[in-house]
Ligand binder design. Structure first.
Ligand SMILES: Cc1cc2nc3c(=O)[nH]c(=O)nc-3n(C[C@H](O)[C@H](O)[C@H](O)COP(=O)(O)O)c2cc1C
Length: 329
């Protein structure tokens, strides 16, 4: 099934998953430029957005080159969720995604995120209020259910479809699994049987072979990839090109990676400001450095650097050194 959302058609069926604290605007722009079919904002608590919280507004920022702009909201109060969705639409969202998958205790204790899966009546009202509040397509991201004894994703998806949801994404784990075990792509097939809408399968997809298998087992139309993109913003694009019939692609070489990492560093500073940008980039660098011969010393240098110019030099030096080591080997 070709995915269309209102008048929008994602470029390809390989989407970047929302990862709070990781897939901020800086990361999403790079992933999208490198070929991700769709990117989604980090989860924004609807009430924080309505209150104008700094963090909520930061998370709602987007760049035009990310389009179509998908903003993800979490909440547990239908009226404020509708208000938040309307505000997100006014801020430029072309798609509103409802988070019904987050397992975090902080979110679940407020009956938001995946906790909504065991409050089906509240979930239904929340979806209805969101869909009614906006004219843009509303999508839903969920898990298989709360726990093994209540795998109600198919039922919830069917109800959401009746209420006007445009696309459903399912992470093939229950809430109580958190991130343990393996995502069960076959279990997502029960959702496929329940709805005619575009369906996206998510969880533990890290390669083109995984993407093919996840789609075959679930019957989904697209895949969404999260943790495997940490330090690899090029991954969705690579997988998309391979699924479209392109030749298997190697990882970008060190020179190409150096350019991407430096681009990401600058984008983090633009988005978060110098102080936070330099610090928040450290975790990304730790992922980017995986596999470099000088990873340990390079990480230590960058973690100790607060000055943006010296941090930039340290990043460039880390890759130059790795290149020299590779040539010498
Ligand atoms: C650090 C972290 C942050 C996450 N933040 C969000 C979020 O903001 N919204 C959301 O819907 N899911 C969030 N998730 C869940 C992912 O989108 C995804 O469903 C999950 O990681 C499984 O996919 P993966 O195996 O490809 O990572 C987060 C996951 C992680 C590990």
């Amino acid at each position: 099934m070709t995915i269309t959302l209102g008048g929008l058609t994602p470029d390809n069926p390989v989407f970047l998953a929302p990862l709070s604290g990781i897939t901020d605007m800086a990361f999403r722009r790079i992933a999208r430029r490198l070929g991700a079919g769709l990117v989604v904002s980090e989860m924004i608590v609807g009430q924080e957005l309505l209150a104008g919280s700094r963090e909520g507004l930061r998370r709602a920022q987007y760049a035009d080159d990310e389009a179509p702009v998908a903003i993800q909201l979490a909440g547990n109060e239908p009226r404020s969720m509708g208000d938040a969705a309307r505000l997100a639409q006014d801020l430029g969202a072309q798609i509103i995604d409802i988070n019904m998958g987050c397992p975090a205790k902080k979110v679940c204790n407020g009956y938001a995120g995946s906790a909504l899966m065991r409050e089906p009546e509240l979930a239904r009202r929340l979806v209805a209020a969101t869909v009614e509040a906006v004219s843009v397509p509303v999508t839903l991201k969920m898990r298989l259910g709360w726990d093994d004894s209540s795998r109600n994703a198919p039922e919830l998806a069917r109800q959401a479809a009746d209420l006007g949801i445009a696309l459903v994404t399912v992470h093939g784990r229950t809430r109580c699994q958190f991130y343990k075990g393996r995502a069960d792509w076959s279990a997502v097939a029960r959702v496929r049987e329940a709805i005619d809408l575009p369906l996206v399968v998510n969880g533990d997809i890290a390669s083109t072979a995984d993407a093919r298998q996840a789609m075959a087992r679930s019957g989904a139309d697209a895949v969404m990839i999260g943790r495997a993109c940490q330090g690899r913003p090029w991954l969705p694009g690579q997988i998309a090109r391979e699924l479209a019939g392109g030749a298997a692609e190697p990882e970008p070489d060190l020179a190409a990676r150096r350019a991407i990492v430096l681009e990401h560093f600058e984008a983090m500073i633009d988005h978060h400001g110098v102080h936070l940008g330099v610090r928040c980039f450290r975790k990304h660098f730790a992922w980017y450095a995986e596999g470099l011969a000088n990873a340990v010393t390079a990480r230590a240098r960058i973690n100790a650097e607060d000055d943006p110019d010296r941090a930039r030099d340290a990043i460039a030096h880390a890759f130059d050194e790795a290149l020299n080591l590779a040539v010498a080997a």
